[in-house]
Design a protein around this ligand. Structure first.
Ligand code: NAI
Ligand code: 15L
Length: 275
């Protein structure tokens, strides 16, 4: 698609941002404001107060179906970041991520929401080796309960498109932080600028059906091929290369370390919990 004009941005009446108190939520709360008359921000954690009449703050636990239904009512589109964002015991993931995404799409169906941008994760394919190159059609290989929940989320997105026509872009985010923290993230890093562009394109590109796209910057060594999502026109502008000297000054990683073997890195070796 053509570039989205930030000087004269496309607008909708009300956009919902879940997970707005989190790391990426705080970033996107600032950057998505121009795209809606009202940005409704939500989280289970404390949120900064609404900034004027163009924001609504709606606390909500994604595990609470009735609360999520009320949260979604009146929204044109949803950017869904909320949930447990790391590997945790299954019961925690079940409530926030698995029940949470079901509640979100049920609300979307009931209230006529047309578009969802889902923060999926590279951990749906985390058990591929770093020596492998994959695209969005590669069979999923989740690397834990967290990856399983994101894999389920992508299936929910596909189902609600096939059955109800609700369109979704599932962004398999790599590692989106101010800068890469280790050698693996030299490949998986997604800058906040590229994240923002990808979310914008995911919101406004027409006819996306259910599109799966890897959220990764233009790093030197990327494992993920986004040709299946070419219709989004996502062209990342940043690269982890500017951090290479800093990262390579870190102690070397043993070749037997999951961080050096698997695309999902250390997530592949976490849990099970409580045995
Ligand atoms: P984060 O952990 O900082 O933010 C997640 C937010 O969800 C938190 O503010 C948390 O309070 C909220 N949340 C948790 N359980 C909830 C519940 N039951 N009800 C309502 N809200 C709940 O994570 P971050 O880094 O901001 O990531 C945002 C999204 O992107 C997450 O879904 C994460 O899985 C996904 N993602 C992030 C990546 C990254 O590199 N930052 C990589 C891949 C995926
Ligand atoms: C994720 O899915 C996590 O939410 C994030 O905290 C990072 O660990 C990231 O993946 C990653 O793989 O680096």
């Amino acid at each position: 698609m053509s570039e989205i004009s930030r000087a004269n941005p496309p607008r909708m009446a009300r956009l919902l941002l879940t997970g707005a108190a989190g790391g990426l939520g705080k970033v996107l709360r600032e950057r998505l404001r121009p795209y809606a008359d009202v940005l409704r921000v939500s989280d289970i954690a404390a949120l900064a107060p609404a900034e004027g009449k163009h924001e609504e703050v709606v606390p909500c636990d994604l595990a609470d179906k009735a609360a999520v239904d009320a949260l979604v009512a009146g929204c044109d589109a949803i950017v869904h970041l909320g949930g447990v964002s790391v590997e945790r015991p299954f019961e925690e993931i079940l409530e926030a991520n698995i029940k949470g995404i079901f509640h979100l799409y049920e609300g979307a169906r009931r209230h006529g929401v047309k578009r969802v941008v889902f923060a999926s994760s590279n951990h749906v394919i985390g058990f591929y080796k770093q020596s492998e190159a994959i695209d969005a059609h590669a069979a999923r290989r989740p690397d834990g309960y967290y990856g399983l929940s994101k894999s389920f989320g992508e299936d929910v997105a596909q189902f609600y498109f096939d059955r109800y026509g609700i369109e979704t872009v599932s962004i398999r985010i790599g590692s989106s932080f101010p800068e890469p923290a280790n050698r693996r993230m030299m490949s998986t890093w997604l800058s906040y600028r590229d994240l923002t562009t990808l979310v914008e394109k995911s919101l406004f590109t027409p006819s996306v059906g259910h599109t799966v796209v890897y959220g990764v910057s233009a790093n030197r060594d990327v494992w993920w091929d986004n040709s299946a999502a070419a219709h989004l026109g996502f062209e990342p502008q940043d690269s982890s290369e500017v951090f290479r000297a800093k990262i390579e000054a870190q102690p070397p990683v043993a070749p037997t370390d999951p961080n050096a073997i698997y695309q999902g890195g250390a997530f592949t070796a976490q849990g099970p919990f409580g045995d």
